[in-house]
Design a protein around this ligand. Structure first.
Ligand code: NAP
Length: 305
């Protein structure tokens, strides 16, 4: 019997990735959607989440694809109704609300999965394996993309809780926190806020252990999603958002496609539900919260889509 899932927040990522990943997986069935406007052809659509939970006790899993700020209320309601919950990244608007969800999931005996899709990129597991037991002497992230291309018209990314350039940057941090053999902590940051916006459009981060990051949402032309790591045994680089592995400058694995990430997330969710476990990892979001706590604010040119 496939696991029935209700998908909530039918927007860009739900349609680009979640719907095809669920459709392609024999172990999953998209049994309902909940969205104020969005829907998926052939799937029962609800606008009211409380009504969906009440009317469809046959659906044990809820996958939330909303932006982070409105997500908490939906997640808490689903957990209280005894449903297993899968959260898009970042898992919430604040750390405390995710910890509250974790406690709710435990209290109700259901699964909570804070997904980090970039960790499922092709070359991340081999990079983590190669770095295991090694000493990192330097690491640098370059994550530069065009916000107009990836978030056309999505003003929520520039509203409080939208995280600005940390919305993509947290993907890089999810990889970094997964592959480094020892944890690092943020020691300083410069945050560039457009004069008319509440979240940064660029950020330069410094961490302990000679680790640094450069996030920028104003890049036009080719996009850059690189992580370079130096060790006494050689250099590792992840290109294409964690999909291609280079060792000492030569390609050593992975493939330049991202289509495997969401199928892998749903496979992991199925496993967590089957085995009665939760997976809650806030490490990438701790770095973002620390950058917003410790970072120096700089005002830059206004931004409009
Ligand atoms: P989106 O298209 O702007 O929003 C998804 C849907 O959420 C909207 O279509 C809307 O559906 C619903 N929604 C928005 N604001 C809401 C509110 N205040 N209350 C209730 N529902 C609301 O965003 P997205 O790009 O899919 O991103 C959603 C999440 O996925 C984010 O956390 C993002 O970081 C993550 N993500 C995005 C991408 C990407 O490429 N965009 C990639 C990976 C992960 P209705 O109007 O129909 O209710």
């Amino acid at each position: 019997m496939p696991l029935k899932v209700a998908l909530v927040g039918i927007g860009k990522i739900a349609l680009d990735q979640h719907v095809p990943a669920i459709a392609a997986a024999a172990e999953w069935e998209l049994a309902a959607t909940c969205s104020r406007q969005g829907s998926v052809e052939g799937v029962p659509a609800h606008a009211d989440f409380a009504a969906l939970l009440a009317e469809r006790p046959d659906i044990p899993v809820v996958s939330l694809c909303l932006p982070p700020v409105p997500r908490f209320g939906y997640a808490a309601a689903a957990l209280r109704a005894g449903r297993h919950v899968m959260l898009e990244k970042p898992p919430g608007a604040t750390l405390a609300e995710v910890l509250e969800l974790q406690a709710l999931a435990e209290a109700h005996g259901v699964t909570l999965y804070t997904t980090w899709h970039s960790r499922m990129a092709h070359a991340v597991a081999p990079a983590r394996a190669w770095l295991a037991g090694k000493t990192v002497t330097r690491a640098h992230i370059t994550w530069r993309e065009d916000v107009r291309k990836w978030h056309p018209g999505q003003d929520w990314v520039f509203e409080p809780g939208g995280m600005g350039v940390f919305d993509p940057g947290i993907n890089a941090l999810s990889i970094l926190t997964h592959i480094l053999p020892a944890p690092v902590h943020l020691t300083g940051a410069e945050l560039e806020f457009p004069a008319n916006r509440d979240t940064p459009i660029a950020a330069q981060l410094r961490f302990s252990g000679n680790v640094s990051a450069d996030f920028d949402w104003r890049q036009q032309g080719p996009q850059t999603w690189d992580i370079e790591v130096e060790t006494p045994e050689g250099q590792l680089a992840l290109r294409m958002g964690g999909n291609v592995l280079e060792l000492d400058g030569a390609t050593a694995g992975g493939q330049a496609t991202i289509m495997g990430e969401y199928p892998a997330l749903y496979a992991r969710m199925a496993e967590l539900v089957r085995t009665g476990q939760s997976e809650v990892d806030l490490a990438p979001m701790v770095h973002v919260a620390d950058a917003l706590t410790l970072g120096r604010r700089m005002t830059v040119a206004p931004f409009d889509f």
